[in-house]
Design a protein around this ligand. Structure first.
Ligand code: HMG
Length: 388
């Protein structure tokens, strides 16, 4: 029995910041962002768009009535949680109208946890082949004004429906994980933005890739020749590109090198315009590959490198299923181009706006443009959402 991704959806914020504008405001050479980080724009979420609204919007695009009646588990992977106790998955379960006899929970390990969620979903469907599991990776990456990470912020959610007999990707049984206790990026409960040892974090990312890949190759007796494409966690595309160079060893035939390089370009196409979306970043790279690559075909083996600071990394693979191209969105690029461009002054105001609660814990918000769901208001400390 094959198990994997049957459907995939995506939502990002309706506002963007152009890197050229940020470069001008920060007195930085624009090439540092466009060439040095390989970023052109970032998605900017207003206060009324959060991991619940983005996650619900991503899932809403792909789910039918029948899916909602069958899904028996909803997992939200995130590191920008809106509540320390209640799982975002419960809000999303309610907003989408999923049948009540389902398990809903949230998972955390920096940018890594959607990979654990996918694996848990796979194990669940293995035990109960008629089940469907909704896995959502939803985050808002916010580093703060004038920080080293500022040009790598972003916002977005990827939703994946995991089933038996999937119609996009059949997951293989070849997961290879690694854990190492490092402080490269972390966010204590008292801080809205992370603490980052930027250069150290890039070294950890690349070293985790190198060592996990070496172990993966040895345990599964494989090498890059067996793959058509490799998707990476993308904190910014330049780092993923350096990661790819670590995998491209000299023995690789030219044609294979060319294929993997071309597919890599397709896999970073959306991230270049959206920025880091933490847990969803690897899966956005997969979506970008599917929707922008020219030569992918059924049976092609796709590799995945997941990385979450702290740190946990994992490499695994899947095989494209016949007809996968019919399951994709045709006008994603047009949607990205429709985002409203913010001035740097408006970005500074909108992205970092905080709820102004009164004595009873109530707050109202300006009417920002959001996807299919909005954080309507806070009523006695309860976040109330509505469908647009
Ligand atoms: P920086 O100040 O942009 O670093 O910070 P830089 O001065 O090294 O410049 C970056 C690149 O731009 C360099 O290229 C420069 O040469 C180039 P490289 O040497 O790397 O090839 N450059 C230029 N290129 C063309 N024209 C120019 C020019 N000037 C410079 N004029 C840093 C980089 C990563 C530290 C920063 O962006 C940061 O702090 N980011 C946040 C942390 C991060 O993304 N880490 C990545 C690994 S950790 C991870 O992936 C996990 C994460 O997603 C979180 C989670 O797991 O939850 C972050």
């Amino acid at each position: 029995m094959s198990i994997g991704i049957d459907k995939i959806g995506f939502a990002t914020a309706k506002y963007q910041l152009k890197m050229a504008d940020l470069a001008a405001a920060r007195d930085t050479d624009p090439n540092k962002y466009s060439v040095g980080l390989m970023l052109d724009s970032l998605s900017i979420a207003p206060i009324t768009e959060d991991i619940v609204t983005l996650g619900a919007a991503a899932a809403d695009q792909i789910l039918t009535k029948e899916d909602k009646a069958t899904i028996d588990m909803v997992i939200v992977a995130t590191e920008s949680s809106i509540d320390q106790s209640k799982a975002a998955a419960i809000f999303i379960h309610g907003l989408l109208g999923i049948q009540p006899f389902a398990r809903s929970l949230e998972m955390k390990e920096a940018c890594y946890s959607a990979t654990a969620a996918l694996n848990y979903a796979k194990l669940h469907v293995t035990a109960k082949p008629h089940s469907k599991v909704l896995v959502i990776a939803s985050d808002i990456a916010k580093y703060g004004l004038r920080t080293s990470g500022e040009p790598t912020q972003g916002a977005g959610a990827v939703a994946m429906l995991v089933t038996s007999q999937p119609r996009i990707l059949a997951l293989n049984d070849d997961n290879m994980a690694q854990t190492r206790d490092v402080m490269d990026f972390w966010r204590p409960n008292y801080s809205n933005t992370p603490f980052v040892q930027g250069m150290f974090s890039t070294k950890q990312y690349l070293d985790c890739l190198k060592t996990t890949w070496a172990e993966y190759q040895q345990r599964y007796d494989t090498n890059l020749k067996d793959f058509a494409a490799f998707c990476f966690h993308i904190p910014y595309p330049k780092l993923a590109s350096k990661g790819l160079n670590k995998l491209l060893d000299k023995s690789l035939p030219d044609a294979k090198r060319e294929q993997i390089q071309q597919n890599f370009e397709a896999s970073i196409h959306y991230s270049r315009q959206i920025g880091n979306i933490y847990t969803g970043s690897l899966y956005l790279s997969f979506l970008s590959l599917l929707e922008n690559a020219k030569t992918l075909k059924a049976g092609d083996k796709i590799g995945f490198f997941s990385y979450g600071s702290g740190a946990v990394s994992e490499i695994f693979s899947g095989q494209l299923v016949a007809g996968f191209e019919n399951r994709l969105e045709k006008n994603r690029q047009a949607q990205l181009e429709q985002r409203q461009t913010l001035s740097v002054a408006d970005y500074e105001k909108i992205f970092f706006e905080e709820a102004q609660l009164d004595d009873q814990g109530n707050a109202e918000f300006d009417g920002y443009d959001t996807h299919s769901f909005t954080l309507d208001r806070i009523d006695q400390h309860q976040r109330l959402y509505k469908r647009n």
